[in-house]
Ligand binder design. Structure first.
Ligand code: SF4
Length: 645
């Protein structure tokens, strides 16, 4: 089987029989066989709609993905739907599949993916795009939406990256913008109605476009200015709204608890429960913080009960309490105490990623020290107070030092500090300050535990993201990034210090794609044809394939990376609305230039746009669950007026 070549139609028995011949020739065959504890297998012929949920990376990465687990469980709760899983094979298995003409299949039933009604991609980040194309190709499904007809699965995609769907617009029939738990059922209902109607495929696309939060790119047209910027984005069909507003669930649905227990090692072997969604801090570089507003919290009792149910049904020994900023969860101390009490003596390790320096307390540290493992991670992101004001992460250095000292005092030997270089207006002095701060923190640790203290610095490179206050700014050039990294490599050395960084070239791809327009779809396709895949894997990088692709389609990569956008520029994602207004982002960008900060918006609402947009939803869900203020009709009018001022 060659790239984009025809594939024989094989039934599950034929696929299994061919698999028997190849599985012993590949690493970790357990990735490709399914049959794990808690997988859901339904009778294919007794359900109306068959959905394949695809994570376009290998099983080891995709299986623990919480978004996939949520959709898998909510879809399989329906009698009329079956949801199965698919992942991208590693290169050795891909070669076997192609050599033996085995189409990519779902793990549960071994049905070929082309046999499913709906194939739903999870696209949390841009470096999965070429893998998504490879997955379609390995399935024998035409890559381009325009080449597919009534006999092919409907291809949908959701996830954080789809808040700028345009670089993938040619390959995906419909994107889900925002939270999927409710809208996925509306998509299935629309699909079923269309299937019964015997109407041609465009009728399905039009009915999907009418669902709130669904973007059907083929129903829009983009015009460009002579300088390559966008002149207009407009629907070309009455069914398509001019602006697609994101979907939101008013209350977090019950969390999945029957996690699939893998038979091979994967990146996380644990129970994960989302304790809250959204973030109120407003870090200006943070895509997730902007697109996931508002904050909605799950009650402590629901979390603890879910953990117990999940531990009973999986045998995992680690639990992760997930959110963008776990220590900001209102009842974090009560939660950790309740979890510790409920699972005392059961050797359960609690992991609490994403702790904010300014919101966790000594009491919380005391609770966590029982679960002490590895290093303690904090993310100041910048080392000078000037830079922290620009990015709106204003933590006083003194507070950071006190917190890190407390961590060493409670027995952790290694602190990991995460920084980003390349923030707007950053100088070499700001970068030098990263090295100085790390040494100061380590010196504090030495005072407490002597030479056992370690400090690991992780330094990534900032990439401006859509829908954030920094969506207008250029990236640092490769030379600037290199100079900053060289400075750190030279100065951040010594006993107990360790520095990790990302290759500057690895960041380029993310930078091109995250603010790419429709023309980038041609580049994605050409790069894949040139051999690009597994772009998120440093050791598999095919940057040459991407450079060659830009040449082939005659696009200038620097247009996407090193250009300061006009303040009133029409962005490729202008028709996608995350609920946060562009006027708020513009003001926040201006504030950053002035070094002005915003407090946590639980203390003061800054009228970002969420409340007027979702006022009705907020009114119907009063109380503590949401962290935006409650709304009366008068208040919505006032907030709207404030925004428009
Ligand atoms: S509406 Fe106000 S409280 Fe809600 S997310 Fe926006 S700024 Fe924060």
């Amino acid at each position: 089987m060659t790239m984009e070549g025809a594939l024989m139609v094989l039934d599950p028995e034929q696929i299994e029989s061919r698999l028997e011949r190849v599985l012993l020739r590949v690493q970790k065959p357990g990735r490709y066989v399914g049959g794990e504890l808690n997988q859901i297998v339904k009778d294919w012929d007794s359900v109306e709609t068959h959905v394949a949920l695809a994570f376009p990376d290998i099983y080891d990465i995709g299986l623990p993905n919480l978004g996939l687990a949520i959709l898998y469980h909510t879809l399989n709760e329906r009698q009329d739907v079956l949801a199965e899983r698919a992942f991208v094979p590693w290169t050795d298995m891909e070669a076997q599949l192609r050599d033996h003409d085995i189409p990519l299949y779902a793990l549960e039933s071994k049905h070929a993916l082309v046999d499913f009604d709906i194939l739903g991609f999870s696209l949390p980040y841009e470096t999965l795009y070429t893998n998504a194309l490879n997955l379609l190709d390995l399935s024998g499904i035409p890559l381009f939406s325009s080449q597919r007809d009534e006999h092919h699965p409907l291809i949908i995609a959701g996830g954080h990256a789809t808040f700028n769907p345009e670089p993938m617009h040619a390959f995906i029939d419909a994107f889900v913008i925002g939270e999927g738990e409710e809208v996925i059922h509306e998509i299935v209902d629309a699909y079923q109605a269309w299937k019964r109607s015997w109407l041609p495929r465009p009728a399905l696309l039009r009915s999907l476009a009418k669902i709130s939060g669904v973007y059907v790119p083929s129903l829009y047209e983009v015009q460009y200015q002579p300088d390559g910027t966008i002149a207009s984005i407009a629907p070309i069909d009455a069914a398509a709204p001019p602006i697609v507003m994101k979907r939101l669930v008013p209350k977090l649905p019950p969390p999945p608890t029957r996690f699939i227990v893998p038979n091979v090692d994967v990146v996380h072997n644990r129970v994960s429960v989302e304790i809250m969604r959204g973030c109120t801090r407003g870090c200006r570089f943070c895509h997730a913080g902007m697109i996931n507003r508002p904050v909605r919290e799950r009650p402590v009792a629901e979390i603890v009960d879910a953990l117990e149910d999940a531990l009973d049904h999986t045998g995992f020994e680690e639990i992760a309490l997930l959110s963008l900023s776990s220590s900001d969860y209102t009842h974090i101390l009560d939660l950790v105490k309740a979890v510790s009490a409920r699972f005392a003596g059961k050797h359960v390790n609690i992991s609490l990623p994403s702790l904010r320096i300014e919101s966790f307390s000594i009491d919380l540290l005391e609770e966590l020290k029982g679960a002490r493992q590895g290093g303690f991670t904090l993310a100041p992101e910048a080392a000078t107070e000037r830079m922290r004001n620009i990015i709106n992460k204003p933590i006083p250095t003194q507070q950071l030092l006190e917190v890190t000292r407390s961590i060493y005092e409670r027995g952790w030997q290694t602190i990991k500090l995460y920084f980003m270089i390349g923030h707007p207006s950053e100088t070499l002095e700001d970068v030098q300050a990263i090295a100085d701060l790390c040494k100061t923190v380590l010196a504090e640790g030495r005072k407490v535990i002597g030479n056992r203290a370690n400090l690991h610095a992780g330094v990534s490179t900032f990439v401006p993201k859509p829908h954030t206050p920094f969506q207008w700014v250029p990236c640092d050039t490769l030379e600037q990034v290199q100079a900053k990294q060289d400075l750190l490599k030279k100065t951040l050395t010594g006993r107990g210090l360790k520095l990790n960084w990302t290759d500057p070239e690895d960041t380029l791809l993310e930078a091109w794609l995250s603010r790419g327009d429709r023309r980038m779809a041609e580049v994605v396709y050409a790069a894949w044809k040139n051999g690009a895949k597994f772009d998120a894997w440093q050791d598999q990088a095919h940057l040459d394939a991407w450079h060659q692709a830009f040449d082939q389609v005659r696009l200038d990569p620097d247009f996407y990376t090193y250009r300061t956008r006009f303040v009133d520029e029409i962005f490729p994602w202008e028709h996608i609305n995350p609920g946060v207004k562009k006027s708020f982002l513009t003001q926040d960008y201006r504030w950053s230039l002035e070094g002005k900060t915003r407090v946590d918006c639980r203390q003061q609402c800054f009228a970002c746009g969420i409340l007027p947009t979702f006022a009705q939803m907020r009114r119907e869900h009063p109380g503590e669950g949401w962290k935006c203020p409650e709304v009366s009709r008068g208040r919505v009018r006032a907030v709207t007026a404030l925004q428009e001022a």
